[in-house]
Design a protein around this ligand. Structure first.
Ligand SMILES: [Zn+2]
Length: 265
């Protein structure tokens, strides 16, 4: 196990060039259920921390709550995610008189009833989430994980691919399906890191020939976020299919015998 950061020696923030003044949990601590809500098991074993400046720590606390509420109630999560959603997350929602829900779903918010079969139903809220804010949260987690794992800062661009977003444009949704299938294949047999895998784990794919590599973040054994880390110095490869697609041409990608017809206009 890695030791937590020692701030008695001068360190730099995991996300910028400023000097670190505190440590930041990555992912945020509030994602991990407290013992009072989940008394049978300690789910906060050796949480990952990285050195952080004031701006990238305290200024993020609202984002941390936003992320906690966005993730915990997701359909398909394990029972720990469910317990978290009806305890700590529910308390935060009540405190805000449910105003926080408005920040999670920026538009098209509606109640839906999902048929589980066998006369069982579940009530849920669906809508268009604040994608930019979610992406920013995942990018910060990827930066933190990188710093923790390699003891150095990542410098470059991060692109996040989020498994739970349902894209209604058919051509684009096929592109997402293709990218997810490829990222899942690349991470399938890799070791999982993190001491509370029921809540969070991560995997790393070695850099490719262009120095680009992939971090998979997994929450509640269900939510998958794939972050591509593209260093400043790398030559982003040009792939004919992606180039044609950018110009609005229909393209079909194939992977393991499956076809993904993509058309982005
Ligand atoms: Zn900073």
């Amino acid at each position: 196990m890695k030791q937590p950061p020692d701030l008695s020696v001068r360190q730099f923030c995991y996300a910028c060039e400023n000097e670190a003044t505190s440590v930041e949990h990555t992912p945020p601590k509030c994602i991990f259920p407290q013992l009072k809500d989940f008394p049978h098991k300690n789910l906060r074993r050796n949480l990952i921390t990285v050195p952080s400046c004031d701006h990238h720590n305290s200024a993020k606390s609202k984002d941390d709550e936003f992320l906690m509420i966005s993730l915990a109630g997701m359909l398909g999560n394990n029972s720990i995610g469910y317990v978290h959603s009806i305890t700590k997350v529910d308390r935060a929602l009540r405190r805000s008189s449910y105003k926080l829900i408005e920040r999670i779903f920026v538009s098209n918010r509606k109640f839906v009833r999902i048929d589980l079969g066998g006369n069982k139903f579940i009530d849920a809220i669906a809508g268009t989430p604040d994608i930019d804010r979610l992406n920013m949260c995942f990018k910060h987690i990827a930066l933190g994980i990188y710093r923790h794992h390699f003891s150095t800062n990542f410098k470059g661009e991060i692109k996040a691919l989020v498994s739970f977003l349902i894209i209604e444009h058919q051509g684009r949704s096929k592109l997402q399906e293709f990218l997810l299938a490829r990222a899942r294949r690349d991470t399938r047999d890799l070791p999982r890191h993190g001491e509370n895998p029921e809540v969070f784990s991560y995997q790393l794919v070695d850099p490719d020939e262009n120095g680009i590599f992939l971090i998979k973040l997994c929450f509640f054994e269900n939510i998958e976020i794939f972050c591509a880390l593209i260093p400043h110095a790398s030559n982003v490869p040009t792939h004919l299919g992606f180039e044609l697609m950018k110009h609005g041409m229909p393209v079909t990608f194939t992977l393991d015998g499956d076809e993904y017809p993509v058309h982005v206009e």
